[in-house]
Each structure stands twice: as C-alpha cells, then as structure tokens.
Design a protein around this ligand. Sequence first.
Ligand code: NAP
Ligand code: MG
Length: 483
Amino acid sequence: MSVFEYAPAPESRSIVDIASSYGLFIDGDFVDGTSGTSFKTINPATEEVLSEVSEADAADVDRAVAAARRAHDKVWSTMAGAERAKYLFRIARIIAERAREFAVLESLDNGKPIRESRDVDVPLVAQWFFYYAGWADKLDHVGLGARPRPLGVAGQVIPWNFPLMMLAWKVAPALAAGNTVVLKPAETTPLTALLFAEVCQQADLPAGVVNIVTGAGATGQALVEHPGIDKVAFTGSTAVGKAIARSVAGTNKQVTLELGGKAANIVFDDAPIDQAVEGIVNGIFFNQGHVCCAGSRLLVQENVAEELLVRLKARMSTLRVGDPLDKNTDVGAINSREQLNRITDLTAAGDAEGAERWSPECVLPDNGFWFKPTIFTGVTQAHRIAREEIFGPVLSVLTFRTPDEAVAKANNTPYGLSAGVWTEKGSRILAIAGQLRAGVVWANTFNKFDPASPFGGYKESGHGREGGKQGLAAYLQAQEGDR
Ligand code: NAP
Ligand code: MG
C-alpha cells in the first residue's frame, strides 16, 4: 500500500520556555540541591540537551519530607474538603489553559508524538484533576465510613513513559484525600513535573503540599526509605517494585505498586477484522509501546490469522515514524539509549530463538533513538519475547484454536495488568473477561483510560488500584471507631 506524501507539519516549540537549569521544588520554592550535583535531560529524538536538573540527595529528600509534614499537619489535612477542591479545580483549569505548552514540553523531553501528548496525555491529566477535585468534599462516600482521614505524607516515584500523566494519577487523589506529597519524576523526563511545580505556584497551592525532588534511582530509594513518609506509591519496573516491597516490609507505610505487564490481545474469528487491526496497532504502537498495559502478545484465532496478518502488515506500512513534534507522526522516538538497547537485545533473542521478524520499510532519522514498528510471528509461549516485557514497539504473534486455549495462553504470564478481547458476541466477551487474570480487560477497544475507572494489576503487575474511588481509598484510612 502506498503512503500519502504529507507535507511536514511541525508543532512550534516556541510556546515552551525551557530554563538552562532547574532546582528542586521544596516548600513552595525552587531551591538548589544540597550536593550541588545535577544531571542533563535530553530530547531523545535529537539527543540535544534540553536542560540541567538538580539531583536531590538524602538531605534534600529530608527537607522535602519535612515541608510536606508541616503542610499536612498545619494546613492541608485540616482544610475543609470543599476548599481543597478549589485548588484542585484551579490546577485542572490551568493545565487545560496551558495544555499546548505541556504537550510540546512532554514530546520534547520524552520523544512521544505530539498527536498523543496533545490528544491523550494532557487532556487525561486535566481530567484526573477535575475528577478528584469533585471527590475532595465527598470522602464520606468512599466506603471507609464517616470522615476518613488522610494517611499523611506520600512518597511517590514515577516512570518516564507517561511523565505528566503518572504525576496526575499520583498527585490528584493524594491531595483530594488531604495528603501532601513528595514526588520523584524519572531521570530522563523531569521537565513537565517541574512545569507542574510552576502551576502549583500559579494556583497559590499552600507551600509544601506538593514537593518535587528530581534525581535518579538513588533519589527514589532515599524517598521510599525515608522514615517520615506514611505511604509509598510507585509506578515502574517489577524489579524495583519488589525491592521497594522488601524495604517497606515491617514499617507502617502503606504501599501501592503499579508494575510491568505482558498483556494478551485476543482476536476471535468473528471479530470485525479492520477494527481489530486498529486496536492491535493502538495496543502496541501507541507511545512506541512504552506502555505497561500494552497489548504486546497478540493471540489470534488460527483460522483468521493469515488474513489478519496481511491486513496488519498493510496497516503498519502506513505508520509514520519520526519527528515527535510533527503532527503527522504516529510513532516517535524511543525514550533513551538504554531502553533502545533493551529492545534491541530482546528482539535479537526473538531472532535467535527462531521467531520470524517483520517491519515495514521506513527511514529512521540519523540522530536520536529509534526502533521500527516490529512484529514477530512463529512465536511460542517459551520464547523470551512472549514472556518478558519488551516495553517497545514490538508485537509477538501467537495463535489459538479454542476459547479455552486462548484463556490459558493469555493467563500464562507472571503479569496480570490488562488484556483485550475482540469478538462480535457480547456473551463471549463476558465469559472470557471473567476468566482473564488481568486488572483491566478491554472489549473491542484497547488502551482506553478514564479517571473514574480503577486501574492496576494482579500478580507481578503489582497491587492496589489507581483511578476511581478505589484510587482515592488508597490514600485514606477509616477513623479508629470505624475500623
Ligand atoms: P524503573 O527503573 O523501575 O523506574 C521507575 C522509577 O523508579 C524512576 O523514577 C526511577 O528512577 C525510580 N527508581 C529506580 N530505582 C529505584 C529504587 N531502587 N528505589 C526507588 N526508586 C527507584 O522503571 P522504568 O524502566 O523507568 O519504567 C518502565 C517500567 O514501568 C515498565 O516495567 C512498565 O511496565 C512500568 N510501568 C507500569 C505502569 C503501571 O501503571 N502499572 C505504568 C507505567 C510504567 P530513574 O528514572 O532514575 O530510573
Ligand atoms: Mg528527556
């Protein structure tokens, strides 16, 4: 299939003002880090250095936790819910007003296409704050009895794949429930969190309610191990999640862990095939496949596999890979050289184990980190590419004959975050969804998010839920008498 020649349609980056260096956001102000060390954040599409960001050490984390504690005890937890809601509504409105600025900055720092940061990430961020603003004065209805109390200070650590969205998923429910937070963004994507800090100032949020400590893994570790926090909320890899679970064991800290995934996207022979192909593409190539709930294992019924693969390859040949700021781009840059190496290594294992690799023709830019949209066929359940999370634009295709076989293969994974089912029959959707050990099951769609809907995993995908009233309850405790 030939691809239309589109003229370049670059989004202007003049709307964002990136400072040459940033400090930490502690107690309402940008401050220098104690150690004076810093790290660079780059644009992964060009390898251009965007800014130099302070690295927080244990002393800085201590200052941030102390500020959060003061703000919790003196201001935020004692404020009426309706008053807290006003701040959250204000933050939501400012994000909506500054949406284009946030979208461009997110695409620059992360490498994701502007089409996605503009149409998915940033609108969802505003929705998350609007949604939890609405809950702030209704905590009696969360299911924890009358007047549930906040947990206190939350230490929150987030990954690089949806930098601002993961911030919103963590900060909005915590604040609505009356907690204060210290948040550590990922090392490769700190810039939208720092712009969010400016939004907190613009919204006149009381000092210390939100604190942002930038840095690498050591900063995250100092935060989750700090004795002054009451709750750890982590999104990231299963390996780090396990280390965190060990470190908080035996303490009074509550924990929510949102970890990896290896989701099955199951296509039955009665599914509308073109719609399923769109869902498969959205499931694995959205955000370069840097998605914990990505549909990275396609399970297709054997009698339609051949036809589906022909159509999938034709559709993949129309994907535009390249400049994230071009509004026509479908697949942007891989977030870091390290992640590109991980994808390259795992796909090499796919070749070595005998699976068959296919990618459409596409010209990749010379600089930056890129990986062609890729599918592997002839994959068996024993292959590493069927078992391990690749976290890139790589789909492993397996087949099945019966619904029972589909369920058994879908559940044959240490993860359990999400799954997809494609079929014309409503009864089959319900029957299959009920047997899948996955926190979210999408039917005839994929990668849809809504603040009212709880999201989270089974097994090694973590525990606890974010979103909905379940996500709010994770930041609350019942009054003594109600327990
Ligand atoms: P990661 O290495 O676990 O990093 C996540 C965050 O933890 C980063 O901020 C990281 O800092 C920090 N960190 C690293 N070591 C730490 C330690 N020992 N103690 C405390 N914090 C530490 O994960 P990643 O590779 O960046 O992110 C991809 C993973 O996240 C994937 O496995 C994906 O499935 C998962 N994910 C899950 C969800 C979900 O909701 N379930 C959503 C998105 C992503 P640095 O930035 O310096 O590494
Ligand atoms: Mg970056």
